[in-house]
Design a protein around this ligand. Structure first.
Ligand code: URA
Length: 290
């Protein structure tokens, strides 16, 4: 069947893809996903060939069928899992178990990369774990990877990340500092890029929170910085960053400073004055011992 693609239909198809989170050209050559999917189906229909790569298969892209039972399916484009609809293991309990088993940060990064219950994993190229020095006194928790972070496998490397680096450099802190005293350690609430840069859903946040909590436990910083609403939600169970910012709170027995996300500051440069006050508050806290 041949479909004539006029301007309107082409545009509608592009918009539909963007809504699903297909916003980047990743490969130089187009990939025929229908052929790859058919090859995969044929392969599954022949159990003896199950361990053989599909003929002509491209790098295998996970599909919702790969999610374990309990991770939920069919909740709409880019949406998180419908926890509890299917029977099967509870993803939050599975995450808690996997996170607790991690004896160090390398183990935790591996456990997170192996965690198969979160649908965000299906649409992401990288599992973005952390950057900087885990011995740092300050650990920053952001929201989640964007397109640049997904491409490079590191948190906060896009425009917002560049602003974040400049902000912390202004108080003498850097993720590249060789000295733990002036270093930064940076992670996010979720390690996989949510499609179309949407916020992680409450279900996604809940199932990845045990990893974040263990991450903090293993890094043991003096101070946490919660960048924006989603990080405040994950660490403090609260939103409303414009009210929360600058007021010290506590999570896991550690002081937490809520700050406005650098992406917000890029859109609202007039708010940089308050961000500067928050940075000075952080500097004073570190000077006083954390
Ligand atoms: N925004 C975030 O919250 N985290 C990143 O890693 C990048 C942008």
């Amino acid at each position: 069947m041949t479909i004539a693609l006029d301007w309107h239909l082409s545009r509608a198809l592009l918009e539909w893809q963007a809504e699903l989170g297909v916003t980047d050209a990743i490969l130089a050559e187009p990939v025929d996903r229908f052929a790859a999917f058919k090859a995969l189906k044929d392969q599954r229909a022949r159990p003896d060939a199950a361990s053989q790569p599909a003929p002509g298969a491209v790098r295998r892209v996970a599909t919702p069928a790969d999610l374990p039972p309990g991770a939920g399916r069919g909740a709409g484009p880019g949406a998180g899992p419908d926890l509890g609809r299917d029977s099967g293991p509870d993803p939050v309990a599975e995450a808690a178990r996997a996170a607790q088993l991690a004896a160090g940060l390398d183990d935790l990064a591996q456990a997170l990369a192996d965690f198969a219950h979160c649908p965000l994993k299906l649409g992401a190229r990288s599992c973005v774990f952390a950057d900087g020095d885990p011995r740092a006194r300050v650990m920053i928790v952001g929201e989640g990877p964007g397109a640049d972070e997904d491409r490079q496998g590191l948190p906060f490397v896009g425009r917002a990340g560049q602003l974040l680096d400049r902000m912390f450099a202004a108080i003498g802190l850097s993720r590249r500092s060789p000295d733990a005293e002036s270093a930064l350690y940076i992670t996010n609430t979720v390690p996989w890029r949510p499609p179309g840069n949407r916020e992680p859903t409450p279900e996604e946040l809940a199932m990845l929170k045990p990893f974040l909590m263990r991450h903090i436990e293993l890094a043991r910083p003096d101070v946490l910085v919660a960048m924006g609403n989603v990080a405040c939600d994950a660490l403090l169970g609260r939103r409303g960053i414009l009210k929360l910012r600058g007021t010290w709170a506590e999570s896991q027995g550690l002081p937490v400073l809520p700050m406005m996300h650098p992406a917000y500051l890029l859109r609202n440069p007039e708010a940089k004055r308050e961000a500067w006050a928050d940075l000075l508050s952080l500097k004073a806290r570190l000077k006083a011992g954390g």
